[in-house]
Every structure is written in structure tokens, then in C-alpha cells.
Design a binder for this molecule. Structure first.
Ligand code: MN3
Length: 202
């Protein structure tokens, strides 16, 4: 069974005006689809790399044969990261976290505001293509950035919330203004799903 592109849980226009429909459509049907296609091409015939979910492939990255580690890192990571990204956004979302995410963030960062400042600074300062992440690392919440499509799962960290800061994620609407995109993105963060992911990870 080859890996496949997941449907979005909402319309391409659902995140307007914060993330525009055209960006969402290209991001999902072109960029994400390409990661899926290139992953499948790279591991064709390698049945032991066909997991039910691509996250399990990334968790077992150490066991991936050397000759396909590069494409699995890039395209498996791209598939895993974008699958998470769509799920942690929603229309009529944003605002302050509640429940486990709220208490976990307060414990780890002092307050939601301090967490947001750290996350924004990390996402803004990341040089070139990559992602900013809220991860659970050895039971502790942390904010990190990783280059390209590197998955936190490769190094044993569990991604809870992630922001794509590749230019393809925002350039149509925000051009070079990455900080404006980051600020707008908080309006579509799906805290219910963040809570689900945090509960599952703990
Ligand atoms: Mn992307």
C-alpha cells in the first residue's frame, strides 16, 4: 500500500483571510502531493517501509536503508509534517488554548504569551526553509525549529504543533513578510487537536 495524500478536513477557503484559498490549494495539491509521490517512488518495492501511517516510518528512521534515507528524510518528512499541519488548523479557531495545552504551556514557558513570543521568535529567525515546532521531548514541552522537512520524530521528539515557514506557505499573500504570516496563523490554530496530540503523546 503506497502512502497517499490525506483530504483536508475543511475547504481551501476555510482559513481565509489568514491563509488564502489559493495558497492552501497549491500547498495541498502540489507541494504535499509531490512529497507523497516522491516518497512512494523512492521506497517502491520496499515493503518493510510501508507503515499504516507515515509517522511510524519517521519514528523508525534509524532502520531505513542508507540508500533511501535522503528521500525518506525529505519526502517522508514532508508528508508527515504537512499531514500534521492541516490537522492543527481550523476555521473559527485560534484564541487562547484550553485544557491540557493551556496548563502544559503555562508549566513549560510561564504563560501563553511567553510561549507565543518564543515560538514567534523561533519561527521568524529560522533561516531559509523549515518549520517551527512545539514538541514533547522526554516528557517536556519545548520550542525548536528544524530545517527543510526534517521531522521531529527522527530524533525521538513528538510534534504537537508545527508551523511551515517555507516561502510556499505564505508568499502569495504575505510576500517577504513572514512575521505577518506567523501573527495571522495564530487565528487558525486548532487547540482541540493540539490537546488531542498532547494527550496522545503523554
Ligand atoms: Mn509546506
Amino acid at each position: 500500500m503506497a502512502y497517499s495524500l490525506p483530504d483536508l478536513p475543511y475547504d481551501y477557503a476555510a482559513l481565509e483571510p489568514h491563509i488564502d484559498a489559493k495558497t492552501m490549494e497549491i500547498h495541498h495539491t502540489k507541494h504535499h502531493q509531490t512529497y507523497v509521490d516522491k516518497l512512494n517512488a523512492a521506497i517502491e518495492g520496499k515493503d518493510d517501509l510501508q507503515y499504516d501511517h507515515v509517522d511510524d516510518l519517521m519514528k523508525n528512521f534509524d532502520g531505513v536503508p542508507e540508500d533511501v534515507k535522503g528521500p525518506v528524510r525529505n519526502h517522508g518528512g514532508g508528508h508527515s509534517n504537512h499531514s500534521l499541519f492541516w490537522s492543527i488548523m481550523a476555521s473559527d479557531a485560534g484564541g487562547d488554548p484550553a485544557g491540557e495545552a493551556a496548563s502544559g504551556i503555562d508549566d513549560a514557558f510561564g504563560s501563553f504569551k511567553e510561549f507565543q513570543e518564543k515560538f514567534n521568535a523561533t519561527a521568524t529567525a529560522h533561516f531559509g526553509s523549515g518549520w517551527a515546532w512545539l514538541v514533547l521531548d522526554a516528557g517536556k514541552l519545548d520550542v525548536i525549529s528544524l530545517p527543510n522537512q526534517d521531522s521531529p520524530l527522527i530524533t525521538g521528539k513528538t510534534p504537537i504543533l508545527g508551523l511551515d515557514v517555507w516561502e510556499h506557505a505564505y508568499y502569495l499573500k504575505y510576500q517577504n513578510k513572514r512575521p505577518d504570516y506567523i501573527q495571522a496563523w495564530w487565528n487558525v490554530v486548532n487547540w482541540d487537536e493540539v490537546n488531542n496530540r498532547l494527550s496522545a503523546a503523554r
